[in-house]
Design a protein around this ligand. Structure first.
Ligand code: SF4
Ligand code: SF4
Length: 438
């Protein structure tokens, strides 16, 4: 249990933030969970009303409050549409930490978060064991998307079509890297992130190739782990703080101008949630977290605003394929990044960008939300799939590997032949054509 001083401080901060909500209900119109269930308790206003009496409710029915709070994608659509500027996500995250501090973690979560996630080397080993079982328990589902599904009836996997673990994770191919600044005069720390490391390692290679092309120095410290989002979403401050401290230590080994990631969720976590929730045990930790957050950028934002993209010498070629772009919530709503990933796509004349309706509507994944409420998550995901199909594109791109998982599941289950890509992959394909430095 986190110390009582921390919980009391969080509770006070929560109370200060809750009074800002004027109960106008504007958040209803944009909440993807409310759109499916129609329950006031599922929308931000309902949850905030519940939290208003948190101190009382916490003693009466902590589990009930926790469950209602958990029925949320943490997508930030409510916050982005709130006329009063209520820090809804900050409130929800702090409330989860208070409740978990009060109730403790379930044994399963304790095992996953404290036993595995908080220790990057153990997490890597567990993923390697998973790879062995994967061959026995799963079979290919959709060749174009690259998904698999359960070979036998599985209560855990259900009907899911998921992207399998890569045969070789990125950290096995490139455990660390440290290259000099080239003509760009810039050096970045590349934070890989768990999903890219274990499921989409080719994306990490694409990032390195693009950075090399633009002559940007790359520092990849050894033993990177998870950014902490699964822990803090479960209210587990202990694991979250352990991961933040671990990364601060390994980031120390080299000087760098920016920290870049190709995962919208990692970027948003390091930039927004680390400063909000990390234990400010000393002034130096507080300053370090603030400095890292300030240097953190999505890869597309870094390339567009700090480096400059390779100029598109030709107009779209005749054989250009239509591609549509899904705005990850953690990129657009959390960080305001929407034009930059589109610029990466537009740079490649082999692709023609066609906007889908409601491109910034949440895909419905929401991390553990998908595990707890798969049906609800799939209903929200199917709306996204219909919008993708309405764009008549043969490729959908998105800047978050977590969204790539959800979109792949939805498209694969309906046997659609639409490939799922990351904008950096599309930009990398352009560079492959030339193969020289910028
Ligand atoms: S969170 Fe914002 S939008 Fe929702 S009811 Fe409160 S003030 Fe209105
Ligand atoms: S974060 Fe998303 S799912 Fe949660 S209440 Fe706000 S709009 Fe609804």
């Amino acid at each position: 249990m986190p110390n009582i001083k921390v919980l009391t401080k969080l509770m006070r901060e929560l109370e200060d933030q809750l009074v800002v909500c004027m109960r106008c209900g504007m958040c209803q119109a944009v909440c993807p969970v409310f759109a499916e269930t129609g329950f006031e308790a599922d929308v931000a206003r309902g949850k905030l009303a519940l939290l208003d009496g948190l101190l009382n409710e916490m003693f009466k029915d902590p589990q009930g409050v926790y469950e209602r709070l958990n029925k949320c994608l943490l997508c930030g659509s409510c916050a982005a549409n709130c006329p009063s500027g209520v820090s809804v996500l900050e409130i929800f995250i702090k409330a989860r930490a208070i409740l978990t501090g009060f109730m403790g973690l379930s044994p399963a979560k304790k095992l996953i978060l404290r036993g595995m996630l908080s220790r990057p080397e153990i997490f890597d080993r567990v993923a390697e064991w998973g790879l062995k079982f994967q061959k026995i328990l799963t079979k290919p589902a959709n060749e174009i998307i690259g998904t698999s599904c359960a070979r036998f009836v599985s209560p855990l996997l259900k009907d899911r079509h998921f992207m399998p673990l890569a045969p070789v994770p990125f950290h096995r191919k490139i455990p660390s890297l440290n290259t000099d600044k080239g003509r760009s005069g810039l050096k970045v720390l590349f934070y890989v992130g768990c999903l890219i490391d274990k499921v989409f390692p080719q994306l990490a290679q694409d990032v390195i190739d693009v950075l090399n092309y633009h002559e940007v120095g790359v520092f990849i410290p050894q033993k990177q782990g998870c950014c902490g989002i699964p822990a803090i979403s479960s209210g587990d401050l202990k694991t979250f703080n352990r991961l933040v401290r671990h990364h601060l230590e390994i980031f120390h080994d080299e000087k760098f101008d920016y920290l870049v990631t190709a995962c919208a969720t990692c970027t948003s976590t390091i930039k927004k949630i680390w400063p909000m929730m990390a234990d400010k045990a000393s002034e130096s930790i507080e300053n370090e977290v603030a400095e890292i957050a300030q240097k953190t950028l999505d890869i597309s934002q870094f390339l567009v605003t700090k480096v400059g993209l390779k100029k598109n010498a030709t107009a779209h070629i005749d054989t250009a394929v239509n591609v549509t772009f899904h705005d990850p919530c953690h990129l657009k709503k959390s960080l305001g990044v929407a034009a930059e990933p589109r610029a990466l796509i537009n740079a490649n004349p082999g692709y023609r960008l066609k906007e889908m309706p409601e491109a910034d509507r949440c895909c419905g994944l929401g991390g553990s939300f998908n595990l707890h409420y798969y049906e609800l998550s799939s209903n929200i995901g199917r709306a996204k799939r219909n919008n993708i199909k309405a764009s008549e594109s043969s490729v959908v791109a998105t800047g978050c590997p977590a969204c790539m998982l959800q979109i792949s599941d939805m498209l694969s289950q309906s046997d659609d032949k639409i490939a799922v890509k990351h904008p950096i992959e599309i930009y990398r394909e352009l560079i492959k054509i030339n193969g020289t430095h910028a």
